[in-house]
Structure formats: structure tokens, C-alpha cells
Design a binder for this molecule. Structure first.
Ligand SMILES: [Ca+2]
Ligand SMILES: [Ca+2]
Ligand SMILES: [Ca+2]
Ligand SMILES: [Ca+2]
Length: 216
């Protein structure tokens, strides 16, 4: 009888121990899973940031290259502060024949993405609202017009800027777009903001800026 009671007590304690152990095990597994998910999320967020950063730098390098041998007089419209311009026509020097000769009419333009309307909505379902693209156009409007997309996912407005008639981000331009040109003397400044949708629907953006001296 005594032995049976002892056996029953031992069995009961063992069951409680098993339950506690199982509970602890689940807690440890849950904590580890949560940690792994957070680490994975942080990694993906970092990767998304690095990707938009890389795309922004690559795009602005392609744009600035276009203007390295462009003539100051050919910059149209003249992108003066405080408005600057989101689209710029130019001609590149292509030779010397007693005087510098210039190549065909060129344009860098900020356009809506094909799949997106300018309506405050994300029409193409990629998480970005009213995103633009930058296009390089040779002989714009002519029969032999040639177009090449330089980059996608350009923000509607430059980082920190809102359409309110004020220079919100303090760069001297008012309500400038996600691609913005500004000329001062013979120095052309290019600013560009790309956006991306990060982990958990967090919007990421990267603004880059560079300047180049054009030909007088
Ligand atoms: Ca979109
Ligand atoms: Ca839209
Ligand atoms: Ca501004
Ligand atoms: Ca503004």
C-alpha cells in the first residue's frame, strides 16, 4: 500500500516535470524562432536598403556622364533655382572643326512608369505610389527618336520635399521632383530619390546628389 502510494507520487511528479519541461522547450523554441525571424527581417531590410542605395548611385552616375561634355548654352529649360527642372535637354560635344561641334538633341526626362497613373494610388501593386522612371531620349519627338530607361522607382518628390510651395528639405529648390536639375554658373547639380518597399511594407528611400561642370 505504502509502496503503491510512493509509486503514484513519483509518477505524478514525473508528469508535472514532463509538462514543465515541455513548456520550457516550447518557450525556448518560440524564443529561438522569434529571434531567427527578427534576424531574417533585419537582414532583408538591410539587403533592400543596400539594393536601393546601389541603384540610386548607378543611376546618377549614368545621368552625370551624359552632361560631362554637354554645352551650357544647350541646357533647356535653363534649370535655375528656386524651381530647377525635372527634365533637361542638352547636346554633347562630339568634335572640333575650328569650333566645338555638338551631337544630336538629347533629353533626360522624368516620366510616369508605364504601369502607373499620377493619381495618388499604387496602380501596379508594387507598393509604391505614383512612382516615376528616368529616360534618356535621343532626338526627342523626331522620327528617329531613341529611348533608353536609366532607372525605375523614382519618387514623385525629392526626399524630404512636399508639394506645398515651400523648400521643405532646405536645398534651395521648391517642390522639386524625384529627379531634379539645377544650374549655377556652369555647374549643373543633379539630385535623385529612388524608393523601394522594404520588409513589412516599410517604405525605403535613398537620395543622391552630384555636380558636374558643363562646357561654356
Ligand atoms: Ca506602384
Ligand atoms: Ca498611381
Ligand atoms: Ca527643396
Ligand atoms: Ca515643398
Amino acid at each position: 500500500m505504502r509502496a503503491r502510494t510512493g509509486k503514484s507520487t513519483t509518477a505524478g511528479m514525473t508528469l508535472i516535470e514532463v509538462m514543465i519541461s515541455t513548456g520550457l522547450l516550447f518557450a525556448v523554441i518560440a524564443a529561438a524562432a522569434s529571434l531567427a525571424m527578427r534576424a531574417s527581417s533585419t537582414y532583408e531590410q538591410g539587403a533592400a536598403r543596400a539594393d536601393v542605395d546601389q541603384r540610386a548611385h548607378r543611376a546618377i552616375q549614368l545621368i552625370v556622364r551624359e552632361f560631362a561634355d554637354a554645352g551650357r548654352a544647350g541646357l533647356t529649360p535653363e534649370p535655375l533655382a528656386p524651381l530647377g527642372s525635372a527634365t533637361l535637354d542638352y547636346r554633347r560635344a562630339d568634335g572640333f572643326n575650328g569650333t566645338v561641334t555638338f551631337g544630336p538633341q538629347m533629353r533626360i526626362a522624368l516620366e510616369m512608369e508605364n504601369t502607373e497613373l499620377d493619381n495618388g494610388l499604387d496602380d501596379d501593386g508594387n507598393g509604391l505610389v505614383d512612382e516615376r522612371r528616368v529616360v534618356r531620349i535621343e532626338n526627342p519627338g523626331a522620327l528617329d527618336e531613341r529611348r533608353k530607361v536609366i532607372c525605375h522607382d523614382v519618387a514623385e518628390y525629392l526626399g524630404g520635399e512636399e508639394p506645398n510651395g515651400v523648400d521643405d528639405n532646405g536645398n534651395g529648390l521648391i517642390d522639386e521632383r524625384g529627379l531634379s536639375f539645377e544650374v549655377q554658373g556652369d555647374v549643373l547639380t543633379i539630385r535623385l530619390t529612388l524608393e523601394a518597399m522594404g520588409e513589412g511594407g516599410i517604405r525605403l528611400e535613398r537620395t543622391v546628389q552630384t555636380s558636374v561642370r558643363v562646357r561654356n
